[in-house]
Design a protein around this ligand. Structure first.
Ligand code: ST9
Length: 615
């Protein structure tokens, strides 16, 4: 039995019973994927994920890719090659990719559901699939020649990277010093050193397309300071004929180091040097100097990927802990603790284990709901772009933008925190490599760090997605939550939870109001802004908890109705669990938001004046 425990029933529940994917499948832009086809993909991917993809998970951690500094190449293990070939052969990657590239237009809620299964089974493996997604983005952004390049990337199954970070430009991408010099033939010569480049070098695929941010030199109206002076370049590992894909000379981009990491070891993290003996030649993406906006098309997709990865890992962590708690016999029932000869019971019988498992279940299923709720807005964006006039494109984009930092930031923080509870369920055994949880924790820590740290997500959420959006998406979201607070049917047993949800909504709104007041006051007194900065991460986590509490209540309403309608026997425990977890979260987690609000309200900027020596 492999390490990965999927939750296909919960994915189906979200898609079809909660978020209405069935009404979108087989229609409009998604005409080619009906519900039966979607279910086929889900079942096939689930079987692959719980089978072959999961089988090499630990082996790839213990035997990661090997870097040779002489040749500046990386050899990946055979097990990775084999699992990768199987995953690629399953063709799920075609979903969501442009039809001109051999793709199938599919709802994002389906593609992220499939992604969850692969990311939960083998996250490092998934990251090598980046060539199709980035090929798709290059196809949409690129000039005619780059569209042909994108086609080769996808058809030939090449790798791809997003190349932003430098040793002294991490969160602050605009500090990057990598330069781009215009050649006479219109191409650019890239010079500089980039760091933390995922999949920068390996022998899994024949070629790798690097999408590189660099600052043009001597080009009018380009190359200024900060992020706005960065342009985006397509820089292949091997030059190639865009018409045929035939590989040519080696380009001057080499891995000059591969990092030794805490986890996610199968995914290479490289220092990449551009230029030197051999020039690194690239082409300006789309012939326009608009690099940071173009790169954010990749970043948005990657932030959703990272959030989904974290949530997928928490789900399998929780399910492993749950199954262990059902099997592990230890101690007597608490009511018989004084009887030294009482029967020993499974640890699931112990109150503290039940509490911990409900905590894990609430975040695991709640965060999946937040992720798929976000993906549902992405479905609507695709429908609006395809001409569906019943959908307001701008409103959907704003809502997706608002939710992305929550999926990424709250998703990764809570998953890592909750995985520690999953490990705790195993007692001392959880600390051993006999079980997968220690690897889950090591592999998941990166999710709070890359693709924008949690601090960056908090700033993005408040300043860009709330203030700059004039709170429009937030008002719409609050309106939807209010519908749940005020809705419900008599006697469905969830009235108390709706009241708690209403209080949580007020707490979050009051907290946002406080941050808004300080932001406004900072126009007169700049240091007021420190009070905002002290609270953007707490606000991000509060928003995550509010969304989880809300979506769990919505799920419980549906589950309660299904139970009342005589749900089939095999579903009754599932629905009962849905109701229980919504109630538990509402009673035991949502009230904490009142304390969080108080902590925010109590903020002063004293610690900003504290001398460094006092830390
Ligand atoms: C990294 C790699 O960490 C991690 C690995 C990921 C691997 C992913 C691969 C996935 C593979 C998947 C395979 C799928 C296959 C399918 C198989 C299925 C079975 N939204 O605020 P300003 C833009 S990479 C949109 O002034 P500053 C915007 O254009 C490293 N756009 O920024 C804006 O202009 P305007 C990741 C945004 O103060 C402009 O930027 N590094 C957003 O100059 C300037 O904005 C990071 O993430 C946004 N949220 O710079 C960097 N924000 O305002 C983190 C900005 O006119 N740092 N723009 O619209 C930041 O994000 C900083 O906030 C900053 C600040 C750099 C943007």
């Amino acid at each position: 039995m492999g390490h990965y425990k999927s939750n296909l029933r919960d994915i189906e529940f979200n898609l079809f019973e909660v978020f209405g994917a069935g009404e979108r499948l087989g229609q409009g832009p998604f005409a080619d994927v009906d519900r039966a086809t979607a279910m086929d993909f889900l079942r096939q991917t689930d079987s692959l994920a719980t089978g072959e993809l999961a089988d090499c998970f630990a082996e790839l951690d213990r035997n990661p890719p090997v870097y040779d500094p002489e040749s500046r190449t990386v050899a990946v293990p055979d097990a990775l090659k084999s699992a990768f070939a199987t995953l690629h052969g399953q063709e799920g990657w075609r979903l969501g990719i442009a039809e001109e590239l051999g793709g199938i237009t599919a709802p994002a809620s389906l593609t992220w559901s499939l992604a969850e299964l692969v990311l939960g089974a083998n996250p490092g493996l998934f990251f090598y699939m980046g060539g199709t997604g980035m090929g798709n983005i290059l196809y949409h952004l690129g000039n005619d020649e780059q569209k042909l390049m994108a086609r080769q990337m996808v058809e030939q199954n090449w790798g791809a990277t997003m190349v932003l970070t430098e040793p002294d430009a991490g969160s602050d991408v605009g500090a990057g010093t990598t330069r781009a010099y215009l050649n006479e033939d219109g191409t650019y010569r890239i010079e500089g050193v980039k760091r933390f480049i995922t999949s920068g070098e390996h022998d899994l695929q024949d070629n790798i397309m690097h999408l590189v941010l660099a600052r043009p030199v001597g080009v009018p109206d380009a190359g200024g300071p900060g992020t706005r002076g960065l342009s985006l370049f397509a820089v292949p590992k091997y030059h190639f004929d865009p018409e045929t894909g035939a590989l040519g000379d080696r380009n001057g981009v080499f891995a000059t180091n591969v990092e030794q990491k805490m986890g996610l070891k199968v995914s290479t993290t490289c220092e990449m040097s551009f230029g030197g003996e051999t020039p690194a030649i690239g082409t300006l993406v789309g012939d326009v100097h608009d690099g940071i906006a173009q790169m954010f098309q990749v970043i948005e997709w990657a932030r959703m990927t990272v959030g989904t990865k974290a949530i997928a890992t928490l789900s399998t962590g929780y399910l492993n802990a749950r199954d262990y708690a059902k099997d592990r016999i230890q101690g007597a029932d608490l009511t018989q603790m004084l009887d030294k000869e009482a029967d020993r019971v499974e640890i699931l019988a112990h109150p503290d284990v039940r509490r911990s498992l409900l905590l894990q279940k609430s975040y695991s299923e709640g965060l999946r709901a937040v992720m798929l709720y976000t993906a549902t807005w992405q479905d609507k964006i695709a429908m609006a772009r395809a001409g569906d006039t019943t959908v307001d494109l701008q409103a959907c984009e704003d809502m997706n933008d608002l939710l992305l930092p929550i999926v990424k930031g709250a998703g990764s923080e809570r998953s890592y925190e909750m995985l520690a509870h999953s490990l705790q369920t195993f007692g001392g055994s959880g600390y051993l490599q006999d079980y997968p949880i220690e690897q889950y924790l090591r592999d998941a820590k990166i999710d709070t760090l890359y693709e924008g740290t949690t601090a960056i997500q908090g700033l993005d959420l408040f300043f860009r997605k709330m203030v700059r959006n004039q709170f429009k998406a937030l008002f719409q979201l609050a309106g939807e939550i209010t519908e749940t607070v005020k809705g419900g049917t008599d006697g469905d047993g969830l009235a108390a939870e709706r009241i708690l949800l209403g209080t949580a909504l007020e707490d979050v709104q009051a907290s946002i109001g406080k941050l808004g007041e300080w932001a406004l006051a900072s126009q007169e007194t700049p240091k007021e802004l420190y009070k905002v900065g002290l609270n953007t991460t707490p606000l991000l986590l509060m928003m995550g908890d509010l969304l989880i509490g809300w979506l769990l209540v919505r799920q419980a309403e549906i589950a309660q109705a299904a139970l009342a309608d005589g749900a089939k026997e095999s579903d009754r425990d599932f629905y009962a669990g849905k109701v229980a977890v919504a109630k538990w979260f509402a009673h035991h987690r949502l009230p904490l938001l009142t304390a969080e609000k108080a902590a925010i309200t109590n903020t002063n900027a004293d610690i900003m004046a504290l001398p460094n020596g006092a830390f």
